[in-house]
Design a protein around this ligand. Structure first.
Ligand code: GLN
Length: 481
């Protein structure tokens, strides 16, 4: 039963082949039995999952089931869940139980999903390997000596290990696409503003966006249809009508113009990864698409700009964790200053403190123009590259990551090496564009992801393109377990 896709679960539940309660029990059993190998969950909500499943079975029996009624999922632990601890994988929020649901959780609840719990992640979503979690690293189900990617490594690993068919995740600079690539799952980061950020703990507000990780594009389309909505509680939420992202999956893609950026195939790209991506591009040609050589000339500015802007926003966002209002508080503070300093010093991990330091420095008087303003100017140039590219092509494709999953600990001592993992994904967030990663092959039995970047609000088309690819290839069906 754990091999079923979301589309198959929807059909199976409606034709009464199995109940949501049976499926939920089965998956909870797998989590209990297997997750000690992966550490993909921080919290498992067995009791409420079974209650939600029973309610879903009742609605299915009454013939009043919403779209995803009875489908088990899990939420990244950065997304607030009413009454269920939301830790951000940080000691700082180890004791934080939100009194409300994020809008995206509300939306998925309304669609009938059953939440099995909260998935592990890099602390406050800062990282590319899922090694910075207070609860320990997540391990890649394809090889448990390797990282699953980050920061949504728990969501990706749980899907890859067939503990759940799909999960929510967030992506500030690649955290949906990068772990999807390294675990052979399909992940989609929508256009900035497509999914409400209300109730998602803020990392870098101008870049953060939630999205689904699932086994294939069709399942990602089901989840996205439920997750996306206009939300007056998020001032950056786009005024879009609810959409059915499964509607265009079967459109033919002949005539599609695929931009292939020169800059994404240069130095630093593993040659084997490059050849899997090239094979995928040839498959698209066979489907009638046309490859167009393009240039995104400011690509090399993406990492330096991001690693100023994201820490700058993070330093402001994380100032709320002061040991006073909620979260961790140090023992016996001497005075207010000591309370602030020790609560933050003891509550935040090393990488989070590094980001706060860098961000505060970049925003300080005297340095603001040299760093923050410069980074914003670079951001504008990067966005402009894409605007010009999309005058000539419909989508852009390339590798999601420079190489397959690396071993745990391999890059922990070198933050810059870790930041370079994001080289192909970060520009998408700086531009606010939608991006996707789709399995496209294996290197030494480790997965490779193809990145598909679309124009603004073109998620339905991207899912269509990915689905058509998955109709003629089986990479997404390759399994770690
Ligand atoms: N790896 C990037 C970072 O550490 C992106 C993480 C993310 O998308 N949340 O900031």
């Amino acid at each position: 039963m754990h091999q079923l896709t979301i589309a198959e679960i929807i059909r199976g539940l409606r034709s009464k082949e199995f109940s949501s309660t049976e499926l939920t029990r089965h998956l909870l059993g797998r989590i209990q039995q297997l997750d000690s190998n992966y550490n993909s969950f921080i919290t498992v909500t067995e009791e409420s999952a079974l209650a939600q499943a029973a309610a879903a079975d009742q609605r299915l029996a009454n013939g009043e089931a919403p779209a995803l009624c009875g489908v088990p999922i899990a939420h990244k632990d950065i997304i607030c869940t009413n009454g269920v601890r939301t830790s951000c994988a940080s000691k700082m929020l180890d004791n934080f139980i939100p009194p409300y649901d994020a809008t995206v959780v509300d939306n998925l609840n309304a669609a009938g999903t059953v939440s099995l719990g909260k998935t592990n992640m890099d602390e406050f979503a800062m990282g590319s390997s899922n090694e910075s979690s207070f609860y320990g690293p997540v391990k890649n189900p394809w090889n448990t000596r390797c990282v699953p990617g980050g920061s949504s490594g728990g969501s990706a690993a749980a899907v890859a290990a067939q503990l759940i068919p799909g999960a929510t995740a967030t992506d500030t600079g690649g955290s949906i696409r990068q772990p999807a690539a390294l675990t052979n799952t399909t992940g989609l980061k929508p256009t900035y503003g497509r999914i409400s950020r209300y109730g998602i703990v803020a990392y870098a507000s101008s870049l953060d966006q939630a999205g689904p990780i699932a086994r294939n594009a069709e399942d990602a389309a089901y989840l996205l249809s439920a997750m996306a909505s206009h939300d007056p509680k998020d001032s950056t939420s786009l005024k879009q009508q609810p959409a059915d992202f499964t509607a265009e999956l079967n459109n033919p893609i002949a005539g599609l113009r695929i931009g292939v950026p020169r800059e994404y195939f240069g130095e630093g790209l593993n040659p084997e990864t490059a050849s899997r991506v090239q094979e995928a591009l040839r498959t698209f040609e066979k489907l009638g698409a046309q490859l167009v050589d393009i240039s995104l000339p400011h690509t090399e500015l993406a990492i330096p700009a991001y690693y100023v802007i994201a820490p700058a926003e993070a330093s402001a966002n994380l100032s709320r964790f002061d040991g006073v209002r909620y979260g961790y508080r140090c023992k016996e503070p001497k005075d207010l200053r000591d309370l602030y300093m020790r609560s933050r010093g003891e509550g935040f991990g090393e990488e989070v403190q590094r980001r706060i330091l860098v961000g505060t420095y970049a925003l300080s008087a005297g340095y603001y123009d040299a760093y923050y303003n410069k980074a914003q100017q670079a951001r504008r140039l990067i966005k402009q590259d894409f605007v010009e590219a999309f005058e000539k092509v419909d989508v852009i494709m390339g590798p999601t990551t420079p190489s397959p999953a690396f071993e745990l600990g391999a890059k922990s001592a070198d933050p810059v090496a870790m930041y370079l993992e994001d080289i192909y994904t970060i520009a998408t967030n700086l531009a606010g564009l939608p991006g996707m990663s789709v399995p496209c092959g294996l290197v030494d039995n480790m997965p490779v992801g193809l990145q598909i970047t679309g124009n603004y609000l073109e998620e339905a088309r991207m899912l269509n393109i990915a689905h058509q690819y998955q109709q003629v290839t089986d990479w997404h069906k390759a399994s770690a377990v």
